[in-house]
Ligand binder design. Sequence first.
Ligand code: BG6
Length: 486
Amino acid sequence: MNTSAHDSTDRPAPVVVVLFGATGDLARRMVLPALFELHRSGLAPDLVVVGNGRGDLSDADFRAEALEACQANQPDTPIPGREWDAFAARLLFAGHGFTVDDPGALPARLADADALLGDARGATPDRLWYLAVPPEQFESMTRALGEHGLSRSGRVVFEKPFGTSAASFASLDAAVHEVLDEAQVFRIDHFLGKEATSDLHVVRFANGLFACAWDAEHIRSVQIDVPETLDVANRGAFYDRTGAVLDMIVTHLVQLAAEVAMEPPASLAAADVAASREEVLGHLIPVDPDQAVLGVYDGYRRVDGVDPASTTETYAALRIGFDAPRWRGVPFILRTGKALGAAHQLVTIEFEPPAHRCGFAAGANTLRFDLAGDGAVGLGLLARTPHAGAETELAAVDLELPLRDITGHAAPPAYVGLLLDVLRADRSRFTRPDGLRHVWEAFEPLLESRGTPVPYAVGSRGPAEADRLVAPTGWLSEHPAGRREV
Ligand code: BG6
């Protein structure tokens, strides 16, 4: 098995990317634009993409669809013809699906792809298999790779959720490892690829100010708050099988919690960072269903593809915790939902007030990581309101560092960075099965007791009863400058 995909300049070796589900929503919104960006920017110049699907598109049709998708991804900036043509020449389509019984046109198109790359650099191309397909197809597609002799080399990217319960995770994991070595497997969670997510450990470990205060003695709570104004749009059928807990909580938000909670890694090497993040997941306390509020927005059950009698939740707010000395008693509060009145992606660390306050009214400091857009790091602190007299009146102030100000330009979107990681075989921002198994086990009590979700109005704050989960602090995202009398 070849897993070394980069030379000393970190330029990925020539690679054929096989994109299963190439005409689907995920491929169009995320994967194709990311592959185009990798090629256009010169980060991965030697790639050829073979799209795969059940239909029988010509290469020209696939290229036209891909252009439409990439242009829709950057509506305000026309894609220059020269840049597109150079990429489009590297797009092939292999139709007639890909199953255990029938590999369709893929084997023949792989030979075409190799020939294209062989001309470019004369090396044997790597393989990257990208499963942009519904999770229930992960197992059969993996088996098909094995069946057709395509699993011996290359890397395989799985979308999320990887499993739907502890039992289904275990069976998928076993099936995948019958065919693939773990070194080949990349389970993507794009929240780990957001620029501000890396700062969750970088700001902490690089700054003594925070490194020495990162524990239960100094941190009162951690809020991970990702409300969305988007509804489920045209994803009704997928979403109804998934729900907010699987779509966002056990996946993205728990990974963010692990980024906050991890112990210092032995080094910044990929294996050490991933190991720290995964290990803390072993300390997740089983989720108490009484500490969770699930909701559904009015009108959800009338969405196309949704069962009119559905009990799927579109909102989830819950408290989790880690049974580790560093975190004993510190609540991690996770919230997300569709069709809400506000949209943001905030991780806020709420610090305890000083033990000796010199008579100041108590308030809380916050350190905030804004994952949305280009990302930002913010600090909420208390200072003196400027005025002439000696007496002090405290002001809650907010400092914010937009991450793009550091270099003058933004980091590329998460999928670009994560795909580059796969090409370079850098696993620091990918999940491991040991951590995922712990997550599924910790969520089993909640998953087994999900009742009928509480209705909430479109454009609202979601179910009011979720406020008890953050009492007495309140939702920190709703009071950015940190007033909070405690
Ligand atoms: C996806 C979820 O993984 O993440 C979506 O399936 C959600 O439901 C999306 O809207 C949010 O992430 P981003 O980065 O697109 O805002």
